[in-house]
Write a new protein. Structure first.
Length: 415
């Protein structure tokens, strides 16, 4: 299914359509004015020549003492005052004006006695021709603008749809879907759709970037898994050897460091399994309140559990306890007491009263092997909690309380 275009307001398609409309209107107006002026000049010129020819004939008849023909006369009624003044001043001239309620082309010339000899030629047909031409120009211009706008909008919409598809794929990649690709048909080489264009170049660059990023991420995941697997066997032997050492302070230090290495190795293995996306949940109906209490007891620290409202959820108990255990452990390790776990239906919050989460974590989520302010740790606990929550289909959010302290909120899907 093709993605729907975003609202037109403020989009490239709207701007392109507006530009096309303005240019079409300007071009239509220019052509219309040119045609109107050309035809009007030609029509008026023909009518003027005809009127002057009749004026010449009337002047000859007047000077010969013959009777003037119909349409000619000396100071006839209806003669425009401006044209009469021009003729009385000794010049010949023409003017379009009404005669008996109809348009006419007047021509006048001076005669004896300070009078004007004038003729009138019917101009109705020419006026109708010009009016019809103007209407035809308006209608044809409107039709041309409409057709051009539709064709232009269709062409621009195809481009904007491809851009919108590229943007959607970019957002999917930024959200973690590295398998997403644009696969623009014009990318790379000439096809039936046409030669490559700028949109295809952007799509091809995005696909190449996603493929490169995916390859590097897979290589990193394989490296992490391989290192963890390779370390697991010697660490198991080292742990067994450490248990055989005689009791002493150095022995305690060795056992503590070996235990830390084993924990780190197991965390890396768990992260590698989460990265592969092959984790499968074992769903069962669980009460959130008792489950949160068990997770806190397993963590072995003084954490208060408040059950405001208990509900039953379909979840994987082991994974949910892992998430809550990591959140509680992080609160005690990097925050300050009291640490409170609150169960309010399918929403579980873990709150401490320390300095709060780092800004990068609130904005972008946990990042492995990144800690702030010189705190000890590898940044894997919250990464695992976030990954396990995603496997459960839950949403894990990180925030800081206005009065201070970190707040981790786990939102489960209730039955």
């Amino acid at each position: 299914m093709r993605p729907l275009l975003p609202p037109w307001s403020g989009t490239l398609a709207a701007k392109a359509a507006a530009f096309i409309t303005v240019m079409c209107c300007a071009l239509a107006a220019l052509l219309g004015v040119l045609v109107h002026v050309q035809v009007t000049n030609q029509t008026v010129g023909q009518a003027r020549d005809q009127a002057l020819q009749r004026l010449t004939q009337a002047t000859e008849r007047y000077e010969a003492g013959d009777t003037l023909r119909r349409g000619a006369g000396v100071d006839p009624p209806g003669l425009p005052g401006e044209l009469r003044e021009l003729a009385v001043a000794g010049d010949r001239g023409t003017m379009v004006a009404e005669r008996a309620g109809r348009p006419a082309m007047w021509a006048a010339a001076p005669v004896d006695g300070g009078r004007a000899l004038a003729v009138a030629v019917d101009y109705s047909q020419q006026a109708r021709t010009i009016d019809g031409l103007d209407r035809a120009i308006v209608w044809s211009s409107g039709l041309a603008i409409g057709v051009t706008l539709l064709v232009g909008a269709f062409a621009v919409t195809r481009v904007t749809r491809r851009l919108h598809t590229t943007a959607l794929v970019a957002r999917r990649i930024s959200a973690g879907d590295l398998d997403a690709r644009v696969n623009d048909p014009r990318s790379g080489h000439r096809t039936k759709s046409g030669p490559p264009d700028e949109v295809a170049a952007v799509a091809a660059a995005l696909d190449s970037m996603a493929a490169s990023l995916q390859g590097k991420l897979l290589a990193e995941q394989r490296f992490t898994a391989d290192v963890a697997h390779e370390l697991r066997t010697p660490l198991t032997g080292l742990h067994a050897a450490a248990e055989l050492l005689p009791p002493s302070r150095p022995t305690e230090l060795v056992r503590d460091r070996v235990a830390a290495l084993r924990t780190l190795t197991e965390d890396l293995l768990e992260i590698s399994r989460l990265d592969t996306g092959r984790e499968r949940v074992e769903l069962d109906t669980e009460q959130v309140g008792p489950l949160a209490e068990r997770a806190v007891r397993a963590a072995g620290n003084g954490t208060e559990v408040r059950v405001v409202r208990d509900v039953a959820v379909e979840t994987d108990r082991r994974r949910l306890e892992r998430v809550l255990g990591n959140l509680v452990a992080n609160a005690h390790k990097h925050g300050r007491g009291p640490v409170v776990v609150t169960v309010d239906g399918p929403v579980v919050t873990v709150r401490d009263h320390g300095d709060g989460f780092p800004e990068y974590l609130v904005a972008h989520g946990p990042q492995r092997f990144r800690t702030e302010g010189g705190t000890r740790g590898h940044g894997l606990g919250l990464t695992i909690a976030s990954g396990q929550a995603e496997v459960l289909g839950a949403r894990l959010e990180f925030a800081n309380a206005p009065e201070g302290g970190a707040v981790a909120t786990l939102r489960l899907a209730a039955e």
